[in-house]
Design a protein around this ligand. Structure first.
Ligand code: ATP
Length: 236
C-alpha cells in the first residue's frame, strides 16, 4: 500500500494558543484511520489544517506532493476532501443541487455518473432529491454532506465527527456507509468522539490529547488497551 497522506510534525495555533502540537500521522491508500480524543483535543483543527483552511507549521504531503504551496481549493481538486462537523449545506437549495455543486470541479459527464453512484449509495437522498436541504433530518444531512464530498471524487475523505448528534440507528447506518466506501477504494480519515464505533471501523487509530498524539496503533490493539478502555470506552 502506498502512503496517501503524510502529516509530519504539524503545529497549528490560534493566536498565541497552540491547538495542535507536533502531530505526525499517515494514511495509506485505501485505509481507514481514526483520530479519537476528547472535546477540544485539537481533532477538527488537525483536519482543517490538513486541508489548508488554517495556517500551520510542519509538512503535509498528499499523494506524493508537498501541500505547502497548494491552496485548499486545489487540494480538493487533487482528491483530498473534508466533510466538516457543521455539515455546511446550502439549506435553501435542493438535495440534488447541493450534490451537483459538490461536483463542479469534475467534468459534466463524470459528475452525472458520480451523481448516479451517490444516489445508489444513499437511496434516501434519491427519494428526497427535490427537497430543500434545510428541511432534512440530522442523519440525512450527514448523508448529504458525505454525498456532496463524494461528488468531488476524493481519494481521501476526511470526516469530522460524522456521528455527532445522531440517533444510534443512524450512527450505525453512517458507519456502514463508511465501511462500504472503503470497499470502493476511498481512504478515510475519521475524527470521532464516539471511540467505540470509530475503533470498530478503522484499521489504525491515533489518540489525541491536548493537541498531541498520545497513543497510536492498530485499532484492535487500542480497543484492548486499558488506558483507552477507561478514558474513551467508559470501561474503567
Ligand atoms: P471538538 O470535538 O469539540 O470539535 P476537537 O478535538 O475537534 O474538539 P478543536 O475544535 O480542534 O478540538 O479545538 C482545539 C482547541 O482549539 C480547543 O481548545 C479550542 O477551544 C481551540 N479552538 C478551536 N477553534 C478555535 C478558533 N477558531 N479560535 C480560537 N481557538 C480555537
Amino acid at each position: 500500500m502506498s502512503e496517501l497522506l503524510i502529516i509530519d510534525q504539524l503545529s497549528v495555533a490560534y493566536g498565541h494558543v497552540e491547538a495542535v502540537t507536533g502531530v505526525s500521522l499517515k494514511v495509506m491508500a485505501g485505509e481507514i484511520v481514526t483520530v479519537i480524543g476528547a472535546n477540544g483535543a485539537g481533532k477538527s483543527t488537525l483536519l482543517n489544517a490538513a486541508l489548508g483552511l488554517l495556517p500551520s507549521h510542519g509538512r503535509i504531503r498528499f499523494d506524493g506532493r508537498d501541500m505547502a504551496a497548494v491552496e485548499a481549493e486545489d487540494r480538493v481538486g487533487l482528491g483530498l476532501c473534508l466533510v466538516a462537523e457543521k455539515r455546511e449545506l446550502f439549506g435553501t437549495m435542493t438535495v440534488e443541487d447541493n450534490l451537483v455543486l459538490g461536483g463542479f470541479r469534475v467534468d459534466r459527464k463524470a459528475a452525472a455518473e458520480t451523481l448516479v453512484q451517490v444516489f445508489d449509495r444513499f437511496p434516501r437522498l434519491k427519494e428526497r432529491r427535490s427537497q430543500l436541504a434545510g428541511t432534512l433530518s440530522g442523519g440525512e444531512r450527514q448523508m448529504l454532506a458525505m454525498g456532496r464530498a463524494l461528488m468531488s471524487r476524493p481519494r481521501l475523505l476526511m470526516l469530522d465527527e460524522p456521528s455527532l448528534g445522531l440517533a444510534p440507528k443512524i450512527v450505525a447506518d453512517i458507519f456502514a456507509i463508511i465501511a462500504d466506501l472503503r470497499a470502493t477504494g476511498v481512504a478515510i480519515l475519521l475524527v470521532e468522539q464516539n471511540a467505540r464505533a470509530a475503533l470498530n471501523a478503522a484499521d489504525r487509530a491515533y489518540v489525541m490529547e491536548l493537541g498531541r498524539i498520545s497513543l497510536e496503533g492498530p485499532s484492535v490493539e487500542l480497543a484492548r488497551d486499558p488506558r483507552i478502555a477507561e478514558s474513551y470506552l467508559g470501561l474503567g
